[in-house]
Design a protein around this ligand. Structure first.
Ligand code: HEM
Length: 171
């Protein structure tokens, strides 16, 4: 009985977003031989964000300038590779109608851009003195970036595994 009512409700309630043309078109279009470039490129900014945090902790613990220099390079590379990953993600968002139509994709975009801003600020602040920039503001920004990258990566995973965005419909 309950199941019947559910079915009836499903038939009468129409989600206007689901009616948009191309709603079911969610396959990646920014890909090499079917492998989405975004998924391949996000590993670098994720790893480098964690590396920056670790290097900052290394500098805090040892006072060795090597760690401050390592953090400068890690956060710079993380920022620019994150921008590259962001471009491929944005292209996917704008080009694929089923990705563009879902609110979750835009949520991911907003969290990711916040992360990129923090990475950019963390890199820029170190350019005029990479040792002085670490404590405390560099370490604080690195900590914030680790939280944000965790959230961005987890949410990106949700887009793929829960919403099934960017996946191949073949086979
Ligand atoms: C700035 C704009 C960004 C947009 C518009 C965007 C958009 C997307 C989209 C549409 C997907 C679904 C898969 C696909 O279509 O390729 C995705 C997945 C994902 N995104 Fe992003 N993204 C952005 C930036 C980032 C950044 C900076 C990171 C991490 C540093 C990130 C991490 C992820 C991860 C981990 C996945 C799941 C990949 C997988 O498991 O296959 N994204 N993103």
């Amino acid at each position: 009985m309950v199941e019947e009512q559910r079915q009836e409700q499903k038939q009468t309630l129409i989600d206007p977003v689901e009616q948009k043309p191309g709603f079911d078109q969610t396959e990646s279009q920014v890909a090499i031989l079917g492998h989405p470039i975004h998924a391949m490129s996000v590993a670098f900014p994720i790893a480098l964000t964690f590396a920056t945090f670790a290097a900052d902790l290394g500098y805090w613990y040892t006072g060795d300038p090597f760690w401050a220099r390592a953090a400068l390079w890690a956060v710079g590379a993380g920022f620019w590779l994150g921008m590259l990953a962001g471009f491929s993600g944005t292209a996917e968002l704008l080009l694929v109608p089923g990705i563009r139509a879902r609110a979750a994709s835009w949520t991911h975009f907003i969290i990711a851009v916040t992360l990129l801003s923090v990475l950019g600020a963390n890199w820029g602040a170190r350019l005029s003195g990479y040792e002085a920039a670490v404590l405390p503001q560099g370490l604080l920004l690195s900590t914030l970036a680790v939280v944000l990258v965790g959230f961005t990566g987890w949410h990106g995973g949700k887009l793929v595994f829960d919403h099934r965005l960017g996946i191949s419909k073949g086979s």
